[in-house]
Design a protein around this ligand. Structure first.
Ligand SMILES: [Fe+2]
Ligand SMILES: [Fe+2]
Length: 257
């Protein structure tokens, strides 16, 4: 089974370009086209936040149109650029989403794989967090299926990447510490899939693997200097394909032509 993973789509209103250069609708449309040319088609698509750039209703309407050609289930979670209420209003027919305004935490099972989504968005902040109720809920969900291969979806990575400007707005340290203590008790967590950093990153973490998907729109430069900012680069838009081979998840990074 193939699980497609797109992230940081940053869809904007028609005529607007991210950083004055990147037409994020065009780059998303190229990713969607690329997914549709795969054989077999992915069984599902994960979209791990920063779905749109400013969280407006118009952007979500445009996002819906861009995702419409995908015939398989698409699972959405918000990032710091999203507005969870507008997201849930536009995608009200996605039955896994909560009522508008509630945190976008959900659990679904697809083809014997469990997906658990955690909403790490903090209103008005670029960095992310998980509150105690979310962590308790996660622990309860993981206890339900101790032998079901599980993917945890969240926008903000819980790791220190070395890219200081992004580490400063990752999942907050206290949330990451508590999350790690839960994850390490549940070896069925095959992967934590994230976005936010606009780069492909992997790390072993508390007995699982954290995997950050690059952006379908633009990547930030790899700069480890302490005062470096998040600067978009000429690196191409990309997405990932997680291939479940029956025993493990194998991740491929794809740059659409
Ligand atoms: Fe982003
Ligand atoms: Fe983000």
């Amino acid at each position: 089974m193939l699980i497609a993973h797109i992230s940081d789509l940053h869809v904007m209103p028609p005529g607007e370009l991210a950083y004055g250069r990147y037409d994020t609708a065009v780059t998303l449309a190229r990713c969607v086209d690329s997914l549709l040319q795969l054989h077999p088609l992915p069984a599902l698509v994960l979209a791990t936040g920063d779905l749109v750039d400013r969280g407006t209703a118009g952007e979500y309407r445009r996002l819906r149109g861009l995702l419409a050609p995908l015939p398989m289930p698409v699972y959405l979670i918000p990032g710091n650029h999203d507005a969870r209420e507008a997201l849930c209003l536009e995608f009200g027919d996605h039955s896994y989403l909560p009522r508008p305004g509630a945190k976008v935490d959900y659990r679904v099972t697809e083809n014997d794989i469990c997906l658990i989504a955690l909403d790490t968005v903090v209103a008005g902040e670029d960095g992310g967090a998980l509150d105690p109720a979310q962590l308790d809920w996660l622990a309860a969900q993981l206890a339900v299926g101790p032998r079901t291969p599980t993917l945890v979806l969240m926008h903000h990575p819980p790791i220190t990447s070395g890219i200081r400007c992004m580490d400063g707005i990752a999942l907050d340290v206290a949330s990451a510490r508590r999350l790690g203590r839960i994850i390490e008790r549940h070896p069925q967590v095959e992967r934590i899939v994230c976005g936010h950093t606009h780069r492909a990153i992997q790390a072993r973490w508390h007995g699982t693997t954290v995997s950050v998907c690059p952006s379908s729109a633009f990547q930030y430069g790899l700069d480890f200097r302490p005062h470096a900012g998040a600067i978009p680069t000429a690196e191409p838009p990309a997405y990932q394909l997680h291939y479940w081979n029956g025993a493990q998840l194998v991740t491929h990074t794809v740059t659409p032509a």
